[in-house]
Design a protein around this ligand. Sequence first.
Ligand code: FAS
Ligand code: PHB
Length: 393
Amino acid sequence: MKTQVAIIGGGPAGLLLSELLHRQGVDSVVLEARSRDYVLARIRAGVLEQTTVDVLRDNGLGERMDAQGHPHDGMRIVWAGRESFFIDCQKHLGNRFMAYGQTQIQEDLFAAADRRGARVLTEATDVRPMDVEGDKPHLLFRHNGEDLRLDCDYIAGCDGFHGVSRKTIPATHLREFEKAYPFGWLGILSRTAPLPDVTYANHPRGFALASMRSSTLSRYYVQVPLEDKVEDWSDDRFWSELTARFPPEMASRIQTGPSIEKSIAPLRSFVAEPMRHGRLFLCGDAAHIVPPTGAKGLNLAVSDVFYLARAMAAHYHQGSDALIDGYSAMALRRVWSSVRTSWYLTNLLHRFPGNSSFDQRAQETELDYLKSSAHAQASLAEQYAGIPFEAAS
Ligand code: FAS
Ligand code: PHB
């Protein structure tokens, strides 16, 4: 088999990269380790920055999002039972964000790949990037019981945090930055009417978040200790804890019901630099992880593949390698901006075990400042709604 860009991973980064490359006249093959059903069963992100919405619309992937997604002018913060305040992205920036599930995006991406007869091989196992530093890069892998080889010009590692791509880069060439937070998020999906706004709550019992996937599908989270297991949390216990963390008038509007998905994710930040090694380019979670507090993970996967697809098109159609050579630095500028925003919001909104009374007072003072200052709110709105992509030159 031969292609121009070999893509490892058929999650949002891999499938979106394949679509963007196709629309820019660049051929690719996607090798995904899991089945399509397995990939689609994962419930993850839900908030799309304006830049992500624009990429999907500009590439024929926005129809269902515009029909079923929920555009939002901003998000709400409430703490310690006090009156909430609204971070109005529309007012401050003329920007909105969209609530539309990663699962739906994944479905839309698979459907687009099917429509164009894309080469997406699922259940492709034991994928091994070869000769990434040489001039004959290729992938070795197993598919349908056969040992196969895929020759290519470039390899895109879109295989997530636990994938093989980042591990292909010699440790001597990689700098890793990591921060583990002392808690996780227990998230549930329920067929209930959501609250009107994406609402973050800081409460003495811990962080909580109200979000949605549609007008009949709600997504809620509560901060839990790292040692908690999903089986420790019945639906009743979840709803009781969630409503305890919102002010009574807001809690009374939360519709409870059976969970249709329940999972715990630890919170951590991770960045690998550089995001390129020879003919291998890292995109999405393969290169970086952010705590979901800033709703940035999926949006960063989109910005990485937007930059890489643009760089590949310049290489193949204008014979210019400036964007390829500048890919890592450009992607990392946006990555670190999102890592900082996620770090800021995680520190602002969570109760840290072992925090001193000083730490607690400082956190509440920051919340008071944010509530009282239009300038502070404009700054957070800009970071939350997402900054524009960098121009090509
Ligand atoms: P993904 O991990 O989604 O996809 C990588 C793909 O590569 C997978 O399909 C995997 O099967 C495949 N793969 C792995 N190794 C391979 C190999 N060796 N060969 C071939 N294929 C291989 N982000 C938010 O913004 N908000 C959220 O609320 C949020 N919640 C999350 C909850 C959880 C539990 C997790 C894990 C992440 C969450 N994220 C959230 C982040 C998430 O949305 C990611 O940012 C997003 O999935 C990144 O997409 P990819 O980079 O494509 O990686
Ligand atoms: C979600 O809807 O899943 C969601 C919303 C906001 C976040 C994280 C997740 O910060």
